[in-house]
Design a protein around this ligand. Structure first.
Ligand SMILES: Nc1ncnc2c1ncn2[C@@H]1O[C@H](COP(=O)(O)OP(=O)(O)OP(=O)(O)O)[C@@H](O)[C@H]1O
Ligand SMILES: [Mg+2]
Length: 356
């Protein structure tokens, strides 16, 4: 991936000189002509390095540096000050305003290239370390999640199914010990045992469904989504519009499970929290990207809610991240919530059908 470098200088000649020194070396170069433009561009581009002229009208490089350092998300960006000033006082002010390094004008081509290369490499290393740390945390949460899930299943097997079956065994034994019971009473007691046995089968079926969605294995992703959505709609009484690209049938298994689980949680959240009147689900394939969108017209989701203690959103984010994808949650134009999961695909996974 190219490093983006933001060059900030009011002098067109200096900008061109820097462009000629750093051009053609796998950097994406962006220019700003004054301090304000620099702050705006830094905010939108999030560059990997800023080369910042000191002497500029209106807002000098020191001030730009101070402002960048107090902006969340930009406080860590490496900044090299470009200065004709070689005096200690200016360098001191540069350090105090948060610069990482200095390069004197006129530029020495080799020195400039070497400094820029070192800083961009270090920055990339730093980013890699951060990514590794967040992957480690994610793996930890997944292991804990797995253990919690096992505990829940074990509790359900032991406390619920175990107790129901024990009660039935005792009832059957009771009947065996008293074969003189009148038929009416016998009928009632057998009816009770029958109902309990039925309850056990329902619980077992539910547990099995939770472990692996059977719809997905038997019907494939497209139909599984359609059936799930229509069940959701009949339980919640919220009309739902579903559009699924036919080509999703070619997706590898792991994508199907991730998308299906995200859809389940998104719809559960809508039923629990949104107070929606309508829901739209769309799963589409676009080049090498799969997009799942679940939109509702409900109460919307305040920013603060995205970080509440529920495990639904965290779980969706982590599932999607497993294949390098991203989960986004934003407000709809007319209110409501739009949840999107974008999963990148290896090029060539999907063969688009030729248009007739
Ligand atoms: N579609 C939605 N509309 C409005 N608010 C939502 C919607 N989806 C989620 N929320 C809000 O976001 C919060 C976090 O959702 P999340 O799924 O992480 O947790 P939860 O549903 O509260 O609990 P859990 O999923 O762990 O059972 C919810 O508590 C709710 O306030
Ligand atoms: Mg939830």
């Amino acid at each position: 991936m190219n490093s983006t470098i933001l060059i900030v200088d009011d002098n067109a000649g200096s900008r061109e000189a820097l462009e000629s020194i750093l051009g053609g070396q796998n950097y994406t170069l962006q220019m700003a002509e004054d301090g304000l433009q620099a702050l705006e561009k830094a905010d939108t581009l999030h560059p990997d390095l800023i080369l910042l002229d000191v002497m500029m009208p209106d807002m000098d490089g020191f001030e730009v540096c101070r402002r960048l350092r107090s902006t969340p998300g930009l406080a860590e960006v490496p900044i090299i000050l470009l200065t004709a000033l070689d005096d200690t006082a200016s360098r001191l002010e540069g350090i105090e305003s948060g610069a990482d390094d200095f390069i004197s004008k006129p530029f020495n081509r080799q020195e400039l290239r070497a400094r820029v290369r070192t800083i961009t490499r270090l920055n990339r290393y730093h980013t890699l370390l951060e990514q590794r740390e967040s992957l480690r945390e994610m793996a930890q949460r997944m292991v804990t999640g797995l253990e919690d899930e096992r505990m829940r299943i074990s509790r359900e097997l032991h406390d619920e199914l175990g107790q129901l079956l024990t009660a039935q065994l005792m009832d059957i034994r009771d009947l065996q010990n008293d074969l003189t019971i009148p038929p009416v009473v016998l009928f009632e007691r057998l009816e009770k045992i029958h109902n309990q046995a039925y309850e056990v089968t329902v619980k077992i079926r539910r547990l099995a469904h939770e472990l692996r969605p059977p719809l997905l294995s038997t019907l494939g992703l497209k139909q599984a989504i359609e059936v799930h959505c229509s069940k959701f709609s009949s339980h919640s009484h919220i009309p739902i519009t579903v559009e699924v690209d036919d080509e999703v049938a070619q997706l590898p298994d792991v994508y199907g499970i991730i998308l299906y689980r995200v859809l389940q949680e998104a719809l559960t959240n809508i039923a629990k929290h949104a107070n929606a009147k309508r829901v739209w689900v769309e799963l589409s394939l676009e080049d090498d990207l799969i997009n799942l969108i679940v939109q509702d017209d409900g109460r919307g989701m305040p920013e603060a809610d995205k970080t509440v203690s529920g495990i639904g959103i965290v779980g969706m984010t982590e599932r999607v991240a497993l294949v390098g994808g991203e989960l986004g949650i934003r407000s709809g134009k007319n209110g409501g919530t739009i949840l999107s999961a974008s999963l990148p695909l290896k090029p060539g996974t999907i063969h688009k059908r030729e248009e007739a």
